[in-house]
Design a protein around this ligand. Structure first.
Ligand code: PMV
Length: 343
């Protein structure tokens, strides 16, 4: 095999997303096919930036995450996606990925990571795939990543094909459709004790509430889409909070129960409800971790953020707005260590 071009690299980036109608449960674990649809908002500035380059033939693939070489499991997840884009024989690749927010803390770092990796690999191997295909590819890395391909509001279609070719996200409304903010109250930035894949699979297999949870999703998707269409904040909050609590209820009812909430998570939920009773336009959602995400109209962001920062147990807040979809482009120059002639 001839050495590939080594003096340029791809720079890809994608944002995290937060689900308003949650995804929790796979109908096919290997292909990461969801049991039901889901709906999310892509979040700026939470970003994964991924650089990709070819390495000189004879070198090993190199995968780096947040400045250090990836462990065996993460490396395998990344390279599985590369192999799907470019089956062997292929030149070795160097992939280095940096998150600007805590990895694996229920802040959906896998969503932005696999969305960035999908568009990045597609560009590196010059495939120019359509966005539905890229969303399928991202889904193979992480179910929620399929949604981060798109800016603004996106809906994940569960699909029905056994090969997963129709299980991808679609764009619903662009990022400027509705100026909402999401303030993340970080109560613990460490990794979660039970990853979402293990948590949802355990729920599917052991929770008597799992089927009931899946049954809620279709109606919630319709309710969320109509609230988005009408920019009806109250209706959106109602469906988002109920989808969140129903997802967690199904997980808590597993055997043994999967519990992502901490005491402080419940305190924050209660506070958001008190604020709402007092007339503030706010609603909450919580993913597979203890951190609480609070939605509000853009004009209330400063008030909500200051109030959250004053609450006991809140370590920091991260202010987010609707973000754009995943992108990748070529940049000049090599990545270090890829050409043994110049190291
Ligand atoms: O994409 P995964 O496997 O990390 O699962 C995401 C699960 C939730 O974040 C809890 C819900 C969702 O729809 O994003």
């Amino acid at each position: 095999m001839q050495n590939p071009e080594l003096n340029r690299h791809v720079v890809a980036s994608a944002h995290a997303n937060i689900a308003l109608v949650k995804y929790w449960g796979k109908r096919d674990k290997k292909l990461n096919l969801p049991c039901a649809g889901s709906l999310s908002l892509t979040l700026s500035p939470l970003t994964t930036r991924t650089e990709l380059a070819f390495r000189a033939v004879g070198l090993d693939d190199l995968v780096e995450i947040d400045g250090t070489e990836a462990d065996a499991r993460a490396r395998q997840r990344v390279l599985a996606l590369v192999e799907r884009v470019a089956p062997a024989p292929r030149p070795p690749v160097h992939i280095r990925s940096v998150n600007d927010f805590p990895t694996a803390a229920g802040l959906a770092s896998s969503a932005s990571a696999f969305a960035a990796l999908s568009v990045g690999c597609d560009r590196l191997f010059e495939l120019n795939s359509d966005v539905a295909h890229l969303s399928v590819l991202a889904r193979l890395g992480s179910g929620s990543a399929a949604r981060s391909l798109f800016g603004g509001f996106a809906e994940m279609k569960p699909g029905s094909a056994s090969d997963g070719s129709d299980a991808h996200a679609v764009a619903l409304f662009p990022k400027d459709h509705w100026p909402l903010s999401v303030v993340i109250a970080v109560v613990d930035a460490g990794p979660k004790p039970v990853g979402s894949t293990d948590g949802m699979e355990h729920t599917r297999l052991t929770s008597p509430y799992f089927a009931a949870w899946v049954d809620t999703v279709a109606a919630d998707l319709e309710a969320a889409k109509s609230a988005l269409r009408d920019r009806d904040f109250k209706a959106l909050g109602q469906v988002a909070e109920r989808s969140c609590l129903q997802m967690h209820a199904s997980a808590m009812a597993a055997d043994p129960g999967v519990l992502y909430f901490r005491g402080v998570t419940l305190d924050l939920i209660a506070q958001v409800r008190r604020w709402r009773a007092a007339g503030w336009p706010v609603f909450f959602t919580v993913d597979a971790g203890p951190n609480v995400k609070v939605f509000c109209p853009a004009e209330s962001t400063a008030t909500v953020e200051t109030a959250l920062q004053a609450l006991p147990g809140v370590q920091r807040t991260i202010r987010c707005v609707p973000g754009s979809g995943a992108v990748a482009q070529w940049a000049e120059g090599s990545l270090p260590g890829n050409n043994p002639t110049f190291v």
